[in-house]
Design a protein around this ligand. Sequence first.
Ligand code: NAD
Length: 491
Amino acid sequence: MKLTNYIDGVWQGEAASYAVVLNPANGEELAQVPLSTEEEVQQAVAAAKKAQKKWALVPAPKRADYLYEIGRMMKDKKEHLAQVLTKEMGKVIEEARGEVQEGIDMAFYMAGEGRRLIGETVPSELQDKFAMSVRAPIGVVGLITPWNFPIAIATWKSFPAIVAGNTFIWKPATETPLMAYEMALIFEEVGLPHGVANIVFGSGSDVGTALIEHPDVRVISFTGSTETGRHVAELGGRHLKKVSLEMGGKNAVIVLEDADIELAVEGILWSAFGTAGQRCTACSRVIVHKDVKEELQKRLLESMQDLTMGDGLDETVKVGPVINEKALEKIQSYIEIGKSEGANLVAGGHVLNEGKFATGHYFEPTLFTDVAWDSRLAQEEIFGPVVSLITVSSLDEAIEVNNSVAYGLSSSIFSQDVNKVFRAQRDLDTGIVYINAGTTGAEIHLPFGGTKGTGNGHRDSGVAALDVFTEWKSIYIDYSGKLQRAQIDTE
Ligand SMILES: NC(=O)c1ccc[n+]([C@@H]2O[C@H](COP(=O)([O-])OP(=O)(O)OC[C@H]3O[C@@H](n4cnc5c(N)ncnc54)[C@H](O)[C@@H]3O)[C@@H](O)[C@H]2O)c1
């Protein structure tokens, strides 16, 4: 299947060049994705700009009605969307269903915002004067998304954008364009006015750059690696764009001496090896108290034996493939780095490429122990099924080690002591903190994002997402019939 861009409600013609989209589980060709150019971006921005004027005049509750329809259609197509998602991204089908559900939840949640979009009324300091602030749409927004959550992240961005009265151009990752294609079909089927939702496929350097540099694109909402995000921020800054960045992570589970070890093992397995470790919130470090280190390690190693690997469409599989050959090489390079740094490789550490694994991209769930907290293995984002066990002697030390990385997305702590966990949630320098759960499992009505190298202060999800896609407009209405001046003493 050859995909085409979706601009102004119209599926566009053939592109000059394409990239091939492969199923990471078996190497099967799924589609060809256009490698668009600046010209297509200009066309999409022009359509979005024209549509936005009308769209902003549609009352927000009516804009929200389209989101209810989109949510209902996603619900009807949930199994189909999940199957396509597993094929193009590789995550196991249970997780794919969960990701689609996140999108459905986001549709209904943001549709509800159509009847709120809450502003503020406040007293004026002057008599016979009324003061309020409202959320105003910004205009045309550009959405740049990664391959690891090809549908959920797009809904976190596009749904608040449109309910607030903006129109958008979405550039999905070239590895996972099929979810964008499926969403465009849904936008078309629910009759979303032409030009409100536009999809332009292509590389980050061509399409992404053209979006960021275009003077009519007022907001860039980006999710991806910190390296790319830094570039997006620099370029966006030069063009004075509002740029929202959600980037990498190096998340840790802390296991204290009084933890429920069985529960901690379950939490670690799910957050470290789910999606083959390719979540921004993946647990990549386990910071364990020395008194329970041996027990935790033993139970973790035993449980890791039960992680069946294979094609995520097989319901019995727990760990699917990683996205491509480049990812395998990166993970392998960190195995070598870990060994050279003196960490102890106690499980996994290999690419699987024989038998049923021969045509896919599989890496064994891997555990290093005795990892130095400041080693590269413990500090850098690997984005694969690799966990580093770091031993500490106290809660203070655990928090310090957790906070030592350049990222600040998610952290978790297992302990039965309410004083310790309350103290920890205060001091853990991450945007998300879990108590007695792994590092993953965000719910869409709470803000999602992180500190330091993970983000630049904005958030996806929750009402906070509306801050990215609206401007605060302050309105003063003077009904005194005379010129009143604030801050001037008229007595
Ligand atoms: N914090 C979060 O919410 C979150 C969520 C998911 C993934 N991530 C992070 O995303 C990364 C994995 O995703 P990825 O490999 O797709 O990231 P990436 O940075 O390589 O790509 C992300 C997107 O940016 C585009 N892009 C690449 N170069 C660009 C450029 N020069 N200008 C504009 N756009 C450009 C890509 O085409 C893609 O659409 C990991 O670091 C992960 O932690 C973060």
